[in-house]
Design a protein around this ligand. Structure first.
Ligand SMILES: Nc1ncnc2c1ncn2[C@@H]1O[C@H](COP(=O)(O)OP(=O)(O)OP(=O)(O)O)[C@@H](O)[C@H]1O
Ligand SMILES: [Mg+2]
Length: 417
């Protein structure tokens, strides 16, 4: 392999040592996410929409760069603007940006390695792909200039999902990174990402495509089809049909390359150097989708490494003792307020009368019991989870958005603990 791959091996060994040192502190109930990450070259964060995939990917990358060293790349898809700014991402672009060590200011931490981030640029990635597969520069430019190209690249084969996997393949092949953490697109369905390479291969080897191209070939040699084309163009407007056929014809020489490439992308996703981290919350819909996703991963022979249950309420809400206290407070807020005031009003505002204090106590108790109801529902959802990967990590609902390095470290410490 390349010199880069050699570098990866050396740095990778260092990372494993780093993880080994902290593994004792970082146990979950079943396994250890930190050790899993240290042992792999690619981490794919997948899961239902809005559960925290982007935050988790960024946090895993941050922790790896902090604790394990080496060159770590996080490929994000759609980070929230504040997070993108905090990471130094100036905008969309396939080029990686180094997260400046100064971004850790205030955390008291320093990177052992280097953290880099890139934001997936679907259009640019498609253009690169076309340039790579086209037989020559002119053919490539012809395709890129065809008005249909953007349409096809944008819609035909779940391009966003495919291009994320394709980009990952390219980066891994370059061998510059010890660890690549990939965030997956907010698909309607998380399985789309897994399906994308196979669909891409199928599309480019499909009869449909060959059939679409065929009339144009025939047309070139058989002028009899010309009137049809002209009529079709008149009905569909402009040179629509000509554009379509020319486009597919130009693409023709590239089919085999695309099919081969999509197969290689698929193989990398299934490689033991890769691990999938499924992220979910314990909301019923998300939990169900995550479960389907995990069984699909297993069914497809893809290496499911961990389940991250994000935004989970703290376990103490399930304890009966504080719940009983909250019940008691709610049942007799007035009585407790009276006792409190009778014991001496020190620490309370001068206008705090019995009614006011009782109102606050009642509100606090209600709120506690409300959270307890949600925590119980979460526990039920958790109990319903069937076959689980060997690493399952619960991450608490933080009291603020994950929008800077400090909050990524907080999230990351929960993930690696
Ligand atoms: N543990 C957490 N505690 C509090 N807020 C969180 C936590 N994890 C994520 N968030 C916040 O939840 C929101 C959604 O997170 P994120 O963008 O990472 O989700 P996503 O799965 O990538 O969404 P999408 O499917 O739209 O890409 C963000 O505002 C993020 O800051
Ligand atoms: Mg996201």
């Amino acid at each position: 392999m390349t010199a880069g791959a050699g570098g990866r091996r050396t740095a990778g060994a260092g990372r494993t040592t780093g993880a080994g040192r902290t593994a004792g502190a970082g146990r979950t109930d079943r396994g250890d996410l930190e050790a899993l990450v240290a042992a792999r070259e690619i981490v794919v964060c997948c899961g239902p929409g809005g559960v925290g995939k982007t935050s988790t990917a960024a946090a895993i990358g941050t922790m790896a760069a902090l604790r394990h060293g080496g060159r770590v790349l996080v490929v994000t898809v759609d980070p929230a603007r504040r997070l993108a700014t905090a990471l130094g991402l100036s905008g969309i672009g396939n080029d990686a940006t180094v997260v400046p060590p100064a971004a850790l200011a205030g955390t008291g931490l320093t990177f052992r390695g280097q953290l880099e981030v890139a934001m997936l640029d679907t259009k640019q990635s498609w253009d690169d792909l076309v340039r790579r597969h086209a037989p020559d520069r002119r053919s490539a430019e012809e395709i890129l200039a065809n008005p249909l190209y953007e349409n096809v690249a944008g819609r035909f084969v779940q391009s966003h999902d495919y291009i994320a996997a394709e980009r990952l393949y390219e980066l891994h092949l370059q061998g510059d990174y010890d660890l690549i953490v990939v965030d997956t697109p907010p698909s309607r369905n998380a399985i789309d990402f897994l399906e994308a390479p196979r669909r891409m291969a199928e599309f480019f080897s499909s009869r449909l495509l060959r059939w679409l191209v065929a009339p144009y070939r025939v047309r070139l040699v058989n002028l009899a089809s010309r009137p049809f084309t002209q009529v079709a163009d008149r009905i569909l407007g402009s040179a629509f049909l000509a554009d379509v056929t020319e486009f597919f014809l130009a693409f023709q020489g590239m089919y085999d390359g695309f099919v081969e490439r999509a197969a290689a992308v698929q193989a990398l996703l299934a490689d033991p150097r890769t691990t999938f981290v499924t992220v979910s919350t314990l909301e019923p819909a998300a939990r169900r989708e995550a479960e389907v996703l995990m069984s699909e991963l297993i069914a497809r022979g893809l290496p499911l490494g961990a389940l991250v249950l994000n935004k989970v309420l703290p376990g103490y809400l399930l304890d009966p003792a504080p719940a009983a206290t909250a019940e008691r407070l709610r049942a007799d807020a007035a009585g407790v307020a009276a006792t409190l005031l009778a014991a001496g009003p020190e620490g309370l505002p001068p206008d705090a009368d019995e009614r006011l204090v009782a109102g606050v106590l009642n509100e606090v108790a209600e709120s506690y019991l409300g959270y307890r109801v949600v925590a119980r529902r979460e526990a039920e959802q958790r109990a319903r989870l069937g076959a689980l990967p060997s690493v399952v990590v619960s991450v608490p609902y933080l009291d603020q958005d994950v929008h800077d390095l400090a909050s990524l470290v907080r999230l990351g410490e929960a993930l690696f603990t």
